[in-house]
Design a protein around this ligand. Structure first.
Ligand code: SF4
Ligand code: SF4
Length: 372
């Protein structure tokens, strides 16, 4: 599988030759899109999702809107009808957990229909519960809940800010699809193996019942004299929004949070679900290995980049494009003082690649084509 690459460096050697617009990464992106054929799947009239990450309030190193605009223009040039999209975050109380909050944060961070050149639509609806469910029969997950607007569009261009990730090793295209294109119930399944349980610390305040969007929490009278109330979660009904966990002040709701390799494998399985629904041939992947922070854009801040800017990678293969980025990072020297010591050891950055390849959604073996 081919992965096309454009270097982020300008490398102007003579000071008098400083005015060279073609050295801009935005211009390079234009050329990369042309030469790679990454958008060749777009047909006239197709509704195309341009999936990116808007960051949280305070995140400062997300993908610049000018790159997204360039991709939007390229989709339009091919006759497609693009919209720029993102999904809500896990939980119910943070701004990023609803479509309204997500859009407000997007605006603050510089993503508006004016800056990106297309409508912005939150793909999983107001509360992050609008989805199409698909069976996958994976090692960890049996079903994936694909964000409805993603499931209903004709194709997806992943405009991915490639960075490190403190739990999943890397945040590349596999994560942009596996986490970013699914609704809240699948985001829960990525992070947690079991639905929440209410423990004995519960004091019966009832806050959790008010936030639960599907009335999965009920109150029973208990005790020999009927003088006690017990709150329980119907785990068959619960969709794992974690709203109750967020509002409980007594730490009376137990949620088991996964760590390590299993999270990465669950992300890959969610990506499989999205690929099944949209169709493997209806994707293009563009990874921007620039501002490579040591953590994901869902943090409400951006640490200093862990590596110098590398460049832009484009491919029709979700696994190859991420593998090419990892290989480039392994050859690069981390920035002095960056948070990468032992990082590769404990986060297993290859886990997503290996599991995604096993699931058949892409190939890690690739040829790197340099676009000058
Ligand atoms: S919010 Fe916590 S303490 Fe209050 S009823 Fe629910 S589980 Fe019990
Ligand atoms: S019981 Fe389930 S659906 Fe209801 S608030 Fe808690 S996590 Fe969300």
């Amino acid at each position: 599988m081919d992965v096309y690459f454009s270097d982020a460096r300008a490398s102007v050697k003579k000071p008098e030759e400083w005015y060279q617009p073609h050295l801009s990464p935005v211009k390079k992106l234009e050329k990369l899109i042309e030469e790679s054929g990454v958008l060749d799947f777009v047909d006239k009239g197709d509704i195309i999702a341009v999936k990116t990450h808007f960051g949280d309030r305070g995140t400062t190193r997300t993908l610049r809107s000018v790159f997204i605009r360039k991709i939007v223009e390229a989709v339009k040039d091919r006759g497609g009808k693009p919209f720029v999209t993102e999904t809500t975050g896990l939980g119910m109380t943070k701004d990023r957990s609803t479509a309204v909050g997500r859009l407000l944060i997007a605006e603050e961070n510089g993503y508006t229909s004016q800056t990106v050149g297309a409508p912005i639509i939150i793909a999983d609806g107001m509360l992050g519960l609008d989805c199409v469910t698909v069976d996958i029969n994976g090692v960890h997950l049996k079903k994936v809940h694909v964000a409805k607007a993603i499931a209903e569009c004709d194709g997806v261009v992943c405009a991915t800010h490639f960075k490190l990730h403190m739990q999943a090793g890397i945040g590349g295209s596999i994560k942009n699809v596996g986490v970013g294109c699914v609704a809240k119930p699948s985001k829960f399944d990525i992070h947690c193996p079991e639905k929440p349980v209410i423990n004995e610390k519960c004091d019966g305040c009832g806050r959790c019942t008010e936030i639960c969007p599907i009335n999965a929490i009920s109150c029973h009278v208990a005790g020999d004299t009927g003088n006690r109330t017990i709150y329980t979660i119907d785990r068959n009904k619960c969709i794992g929004c974690t709203g109750c966990y967020e509002v409980c002040r007594k730490r009376a709701i137990d949620v088991e949070w996964l760590t390590g390799r299993e999270i990465s494998e669950r992300i890959a399985e969610c990506a499989l679900g999205v690929v099944r629904v949209v169709g493997k041939d209806n994707f293009g992947f563009i990874n921007f290995a620039m501002d490579i922070t040591p953590h994901c854009d869902c943090r409400p801040y951006s640490d200093m980049p862990a590596f110098p800017d590398i460049g832009i990678f484009a491919s029709r293969d979700i696994v190859a494009v991420d593998k090419a980025c990892i290989d480039a990072l392994l050859k690069a020297r981390p920035n002095p003082g960056a948070l990468v010591d032992d990082f590769w050891e404990w986060t297993e950055p290859m886990a997503q690649i290996e599991h995604a390849e096993k699931l058949g959604i892409g190939i890690s073996n690739y040829t790197l084509e340099i676009v000058e």
